[in-house]
Design a protein around this ligand. Structure first.
Ligand SMILES: C[S@@+](CC[C@H](N)C(=O)[O-])C[C@H]1O[C@@H](n2cnc3c(N)ncnc32)[C@H](O)[C@@H]1O
Length: 416
């Protein structure tokens, strides 16, 4: 904490401009003042209400310790406090203005501008999709790059919506690039704003490292219902999740999960029993993100397959329940599953996150790490189940080993 300038005496309070809501699974979701979306879990309101009056960090920890000390909920609740500080929802009382972070931080937008494959793919697709006289909605304009490109390509009007404080920079970018007369900046969350007219074309580059975490589904559904003309064109217009089995080196695994082998190793090393530590740890695959340059050094244990596919112009519910069988080739051990994406931007133009082909990207790769490695033998497959905002179920990816369909049987059943 001292590293980020906090001490037990630091007085924290809730930032004035954040939004909360429940998701379908009953988690409290915070739309933070820096434009990020933070899942603070089913008991998130308890933490927020602790800070309804300014409170020192030390007192907050004491209260949590008193309520939850010794329970397995203590660490997750501490993690929530940490996330709220990092995402500027809890701010230092005396600071006046919160430090810049999240999407308000210029470095985030510099990283995306450095990713010229991404930016060119989007600009090419938008240029191809744009028709004379179009009104365009750019949700999450960020640095304003796509809005400027659209104005230059001939859009009649671009409504550039941005939730975070980077909107102030976008305003200057529009002025500096002489598009101020055709681009209207609308600060705020797209789901809370109104437009003076409906748009013919939507661009929403709000694909996260976990592809759905920036709520592209919720935001696109709302835009389709309130902000777009019927039949409006969308960029991207479809999003596929791709899953690929992996074998991570032991040193990488140790940073992320541990299982029975680790407990045995500590027993051998120290003569002590740490089964309790294992009992308290996650049982399902653990979500992590890793830069593509690192992921590219990890051997894939099989080819990528489509895990889920969403037609952004047609889907009706912002939840995803998907299942697919991953081929492990050659048969052998698997200890992680990478989930990347392919965004269909415009006929023939796609943008794929594939660290083995293009290690350098502004997106980090989602890697779900299995607490225990699994051995996938010949004739078996690794079945991946993926859930996102399914009522009553936690979000995440789980796996099981299944018999893979026998080729000859499949051919037989087709003939019948
Ligand atoms: C991945 S960045 C893309 C920025 C820019 N369009 C580009 O391509 O470089 C996403 C931006 O969208 C903003 N954002 C995400 N969801 C939003 C929403 N529903 N309404 C307004 N802004 C949003 C974030 O604050 C962030 O600045």
């Amino acid at each position: 904490l001292s590293e980020i300038g906090l001490s037990p005496d630091t007085v924290l309070q809730l930032a004035p401009n954040f939004r909360t809501r429940f998701d379908a699974a009953g988690h409290v979701i915070v739309d933070s003042p820096v434009g990020t979306i933070v899942d603070i879990g089913p008991r998130g309101f308890a933490i927020l209400s602790m800070f309804s009056q300014p409170l020192t960090l030390g007192d907050a920890l004491e209260q949590l310790e008193a309520q939850l000390g010794g329970s397995t909920e203590f660490a997750p609740m501490m993690n929530v406090v940490n996330m709220l500080i990092e995402e500027n929802t809890l701010i230092v009382s005396a600071a006046g203005r919160a430090p810049t972070s999240g999407w308000a931080d210029p470095i985030e937008h510099a990283r995306m501008l450095h990713d010229d494959r991404r930016t060119h793919d989007f600009i090419s697709a938008l240029t191809a999709a744009l028709q004379p006289g179009d009104v365009v909605l750019d949700i999450g304009t960020g640095s304003g790059v796509l809005a400027v490109a659209l104005a230059r390509a001939g859009a009649r009007r671009v409504y550039a919506v941005e939730a975070s404080d980077i909107a102030a920079v976008a305003a200057q970018v529009f002025e500096a690039n002489d598009v101020k007369d055709r681009v209207t900046l609308i600060p705020g969350w797209s789901r809370q704003i109104e437009l003076p007219e409906r748009a013919d074309l939507l661009v929403a580059e709000i694909i996260g490292n976990e592809p759905f975490e920036e709520e592209i589904l919720e935001t696109t559904l709302d835009a389709r219902r309130r902000l777009l003309k019927p039949g409006a064109r969308l960029v991207p217009h479809a999003l596929e999740l791709l899953a690929r089995p992996l074998w991570l080196p032991e040193a990488e695994i140790r940073q992320r999960v541990f299982g029975r082998a680790a407990v045995q190793r500590w027993r051998d090393l120290y003569g002590m029993d740490f089964q309790a530590l294992l009992d308290a740890a996650a049982k399902d695959p653990v979500y992590t993100v890793t830069e593509g340059e690192v992921v590219t050094t990890w051997p894939p244990a099989g080819p990528p397959v489509v895990l889920a596919s969403v037609d952004l112009a047609a889907f009706q519910e912002a939840s995803v329940r998907a299942v697919t069988d991953l081929v492990v080739d050659p048969p052998g051990p698997v200890n992680a599953v990478a989930v990347t994406f392919r965004a269909h931007l415009r006929d023939g133009i796609t943008h794929t996150l594939d660290p083995w082909k293009w290690p350098s990207s502004s997106w980090a790769t989602s890697v779900w790490v299995l607490p225990e490695p699994v051995e996938v033998g010949p004739g078996s497959a690794l079945r991946a189940h993926y859930l996102r905002r399914v009522p009553g179920k936690p979000d995440g990816l789980t796996v099981e080993i299944v018999d893979s369909p026998h080729q000859d049987d499949a051919a037989c059943s087709r003939q019948r």
